[in-house]
Design a protein around this ligand. Structure first.
Ligand SMILES: *Cc1c(COP(=O)(O)O)cnc(C)c1O
Length: 347
């Protein structure tokens, strides 16, 4: 605390990311990174990059990537927004679209960055509990609001909502923006991108950090009606005109163009998730049905925090949350089959 801090900063509680340890040779199953390297086409694009170009500013629109993503999702470029990781895209969306007099609705248990943005930006939020099966029940979101946000699949539960249910919400909630954070959608849920043509209040966010193995480069995107995208661009261009550097633009474009590798690595993770779920169940764990690259599991007799600490002693990192409603769960990222076998041996 310093007297030089702005008043609003004094009470901020920042987001705590999962640990990024400096030591190597850990089995890192705590931040939902992809265990496989980026696509060979990404590596090739980075090798081909001419370093002389780095003295220039990057394209502020990142048009090359915008056009590749528009084509990939069968959209117009005017329906695509890009940012420095989806965390930044989300922050700009909160600024541009959620600062209204009615409260923002969000699940009580979800990606914890949402509440941090609300504190930072002074947005009033109503946090709606999950049902007894740890699912988001969208019936509970039909009340007056200044916006709705949830992750699908949700974090840290991994549970996905069917698209038909999201469409029902959109049809009933036409006066505020519904933001669907699809950070994990490529691991087995249906994307709501197809709905943006019919619902001008729908914004969908994606990240290159999980399914595209590019967490180290910070690339995120949003898809929605051109008016929503325009609102995001206004805030972006009032804050940082160059959120994506030249290397990130090249790497992300190459990733989109190597679809076979992308599909294959996603499928491998889905297969390993199924094996892991069965192996955990055989050890007596309850595992929530996951459509993501992690599982959320609890054991009826073993304390979750103790398990997390004892795994840590064996150089295996998993994530534990202290929030009372989920503090008997571990969130375990899906690594390679070999990594998951070592986890099972230690458990
Ligand atoms: C990982 C994650 C993000 C952030 O992704 P970045 O693009 O790495 O900033 C956003 N939302 C959810 C739900 C996530 O799990």
């Amino acid at each position: 605390m310093s007297k030089f801090w702005s008043p609003a900063i004094r009470s901020l509680v920042p987001y705590t990311p999962g640990e990024q340890p400096k030591v190597l040779n850990l089995i890192k199953l705590n931040t939902n990174e992809n265990p496989y390297p980026p696509a060979p086409a990404v590596v090739e694009a980075l090798h081909q990059f001419s370093m002389d170009r780095l003295r220039l500013y990057p394209d502020p629109e990142a048009s090359k990537l915008k056009s590749a993503l528009a084509k990939y999702h069968q959209l117009d470029e005017a329906q695509v927004f890009l940012g420095n990781g989806s965390d930044e895209v989300l922050a700009l969306a909160f600024m541009a679209l959620f600062r209204h007099s009615d409260p923002l609705l969000m699940p009580e248990t979800t990606y914890s960055f949402y509440e941090v943005y609300c504190d930072l930006l002074n947005i009033d939020a109503v946090r709606i509990p999950l049902n007894s099966s740890f699912e988001i029940d969208l019936d509970d979101y039909q009340r007056s609001n200044g916006g709705i946000i949830f992750a699908n699949p949700n974090a840290p539960t991994g549970i996905a909502i069917p698209l038909s249910r999201i469409e029902q919400l959109l049809a009933a909630n036409t006066d505020s923006v519904v933001l669907v954070d699809e950070a994990y959608v490529d691991f087995g849920a249906d994307s709501a991108i197809a709905l943006i043509h019919r619902y001008p209040n729908l914004l969908v966010t994606h990240t290159f950090s999980k399914s595209r193995s590019l967490a180290g480069m910070r690339i995120g995107a949003a898809f929605g009606h051109p008016d929503l995208i325009d609102g995001l661009e206004r805030v972006k261009n009032s804050f940082n005109s160059y959120p994506l550097d030249m290397l990130a633009i090249e790497a992300a474009t190459a990733s989109i163009e190597d679809d076979a590798y992308f599909k294959e690595t996603c499928q491998r993770i889905i297969n390993t998730r199924q094996r892991t779920t069965q192996a955990l169940q055989q050890k007596g764990f309850r595992v929530l049905p996951s459509s993501a690259n992690f599982v959320f599991a609890t054991h009826p007799e073993q304390d979750a925090k103790t398990l997390m600490q004892r795994l840590r002693d064996e150089n295996i990192l998993v994530r534990h949350f202290t929030k009372p409603s989920i503090n008997q769960f571990l969130r375990i990222s899906i690594g390679t089959d070999e990594e998951m076998d070592q986890l099972m041996n230690q458990l």
